[in-house]
Design a protein around this ligand. Structure first.
Ligand SMILES: Nc1ncnc2c1ncn2[C@@H]1O[C@H](COP(=O)(O)OP(=O)(O)OP(=O)(O)O)[C@@H](O)[C@H]1O
Length: 403
């Protein structure tokens, strides 16, 4: 963790439609004064439509900005990260410190940052104030980034989660309740529990090793991504008003293949090289583990602690631990037992419930091949192309203001 020179020029992107549609009011009532009192100059940018933020950061002169801060749900940060990684100078661009202030209904990253600070859980409004304070402190950590390959869409980058089955369905089906705020997930969970279904597919993963998530591994990535040098001369001041088994080892290694991982079709595109993933249509190397079951209720890959404000899905996760926290729930679990798991998840206690259907393991990469022709896969809560998907973690690739 390093001390950021006080963010002298911050671009604050606010999505006025996020969550209950109150992000601008929250900015005016809480954040503007906090930033002004902390002496942080910021330019307010109100996003006007989908992909506005993505296009803006793709084109922006990043030397003018010490930090890009998002006040919205996680969806806007997802756009910003993918915009940065689409730039020809992606290696430098992705080192721009990123911040988040909760303005959506999920606010998973904001809740994770609050959790990493060691503070006890808080209400939604208190979370905003807490994240505001952490932002003003301006400490920057590394944050893992996961590259995600889909069948025919371009590779994309994820900072939070990859979901299939129950969690993805609840996330998307509950969007119609987003004006209720975080309660939307509870409503969505109850609705989906009433018609619990089984999702068929094949799941495989490359287990995490001590070596790959060691401090040395982070340092080697850090050497590639040296901390951003603050601009020497700052532009003129901007007007801020412009505006268990839970556990695992029952999996079998099965596939044997001749081929070694080759660079996939994305090699000409910006972004880091995925050294662990063969092309999606090719077999996996034999050090991958193929899960023996093919009937699931959910698959959830997490790289931050929180799945939503009040869902501590991966209690052990830290922003730069270099691992994907992989959970899956096997078919056969009763709706009551699944509800119990989600209730326990509010305190991160689901891993100690002795649920025989829940499996948790840490991985470096994974591949999922759903069998059913239709369904939902989400990346950071956004719907992506449905079909085979694979992902690889890049330790500490980006920078996150964690306070
Ligand atoms: N002015 C706007 N009008 C409509 N959509 C917008 C606008 N600005 C941004 N967006 C889009 O809204 C989408 C959702 O944003 P985001 O996830 O940040 O909020 P949310 O959906 O309310 O939050 P959550 O995911 O926590 O429910 C993003 O894809 C973003 O591109």
């Amino acid at each position: 963790m390093s001390q950021m020179s006080r963010p002298c020029q911050m671009m604050l992107l606010v999505n006025p439609q996020s969550g209950k549609g109150q992000a601008l009011t929250l900015y005016n009532n809480h954040i503007q004064r906090m930033l002004n009192e902390a002496g942080i100059k910021h330019t307010l940018v109100i996003t006007e439509r989908q992909n506005h933020a993505r296009e803006m950061v793709k084109e922006a002169d990043l030397s003018q900005w010490d930090a890009l801060v998002i006040m919205s749900g996680d969806g806007l940060l997802y756009e910003v990260i993918n915009g940065l990684l689409e730039r020809p100078d992606w290696e430098e661009a992705i080192r721009t410190p990123l911040g988040i202030l909760p303005g959506g209904s999920g606010n998973a990253l904001a809740a994770s940052i609050h959790h990493y600070s060691g503070a006890s859980p808080v209400t939604s409004e208190e979370l905003l104030v807490s994240c505001g304070f952490l932002l003003c402190k301006g400490l920057v950590s590394h944050m893992d980034m996961v590259s995600v390959h889909l069948c025919s869409s371009p590779r994309l980058f994820s900072f939070l989660s990859l979901a299939w089955g129950f969690v993805a369905d609840v996330d998307i089906e509950s969007e119609k309740y987003r004006h209720f705020g975080a309660v939307r997930f509870t409503i969505g969970t109850l609705v989906r529990l009433a018609s619990l279904r089984v999702y068929k597919g094949r799941l495989a993963y490359l287990p995490a090793t001590k070596d790959h998530n060691s401090e040395e591994a982070l340092r080697s990535n850090t050497m590639l991504c040296k901390d951003r040098v603050p601009p020497v001369t700052l532009p003129a001041v901007r007007d801020s008003s412009f505006h268990n088994s839970c556990h695992s080892n029952n999996s079998l290694k099965v596939r044997r293949v001749e081929s070694t991982p080759s660079r996939s079709a994305t090699k000409a595109l910006p972004g880091p090289h995925d050294s662990l993933l063969p092309p999606l249509d090719q077999p996996l190397p034999d050090d991958w583990v193929v899960v023996p079951e093919e009937d699931f209720v959910l698959m959830l890959a997490m790289y931050q602690s929180h799945l939503a404000e009040d869902l501590l899905a991966a209690p052990e996760a830290t922003p730069d631990d270099g691992v994907i926290h992989l959970f899956y729930v096997r078919a056969g679990i009763s709706p009551t037992a699944l509800l119990r798991l989600f209730l326990a998840m509010e305190k991160g206690a689901h891993l100690t419930t002795n649920c025989q259907h829940l499996v948790y393991t840490k991985v470096q990469a994974l591949r999922l091949e759903p069998y059913s022709p239709k369904g939902i896969i989400t990346v950071d809560g956004e719907v992506v192309e449905y079909g085979p998907v694979q992902a690889e973690v890049h330790r500490g690739l980006s920078r996150l203001i964690t306070g």
